[in-house]
Design a protein around this ligand. Structure first.
Ligand SMILES: [Zn+2]
Ligand SMILES: [Zn+2]
Length: 185
């Protein structure tokens, strides 16, 4: 019992420490120059986020976990390297949720929300930072092509068909069967 308590506290320390690294605030020198190519915010504006470049991948996930945590048919995510993303405001307004343990802790992979308006902002994975593109304010209101979905995952769990000509995986990307866009197609 003693050792499990100790384990829990060292996990917590590791969590706290990881929050000092990208995409969270670190000493400005370590992140300079950080080019704010895309900027955005949560619904209430207390959390602001910036990305320094285009996403390395963009996926739509139709799994049940994404559906239920987002209250939506699917999750649309832009994948960035962690140092491509920076929370520029509202670190104290961040709320974390780990879906594996179903606990509100910063344990990777973790969902990141605004604790004031509860809008989901992104998912921090072990190696990548996923940002939900809906947080960004597009220049002239036009989404750049680099944010268009490049594949659909867990399409087998979809709530409806999507005909966008993008590859559809039954489960994980590159690790499951490809599906036709329409159930009868
Ligand atoms: Zn908010
Ligand atoms: Zn999912």
């Amino acid at each position: 019992m003693f050792s499990s308590v100790k384990q829990a506290s060292s996990d917590q320390n590791a969590d706290e420490e990881s929050k000092t690294r990208p995409p969270y605030t670190v000493s400005p020198e370590a992140r300079e120059p950080f080019q704010r190519k895309y900027t955005g915010a949560c619904y209430c504006g207390n959390v602001e986020i910036a990305a320094s470049g285009d996403p390395v991948d963009v996926r739509v996930c139709h799994c049940h976990s994404c559906q239920r945590t987002h209250g939506a048919s699917y999750q649309w995510s832009a994948f960035f390297k962690k140092d491509q993303v920076l929370f520029t405001k509202g670190l104290d307004s961040l709320e974390f949720y780990n879906t594996e343990t179903r606990t509100p802790h910063h344990k990777l992979p973790v969902k990141i929300l605004c604790k004031d308006c509860h809008a989901p902002v992104g998912d921090e994975g072990r190696n990548m930072m996923l940002v939900f593109p809906t947080v960004f304010d597009w220049k002239d209101g036009k989404m750049p092509d680099s944010f268009k979905p490049r594949c659909h995952m867990f399409y087998g769990d979809r709530t409806f068909d999507i005909q966008d000509g993008v590859p559809k995986f039954e489960g994980m990307k590159d690790d499951s069967e490809m599906l036709p866009e329409c159930a009868d197609g």
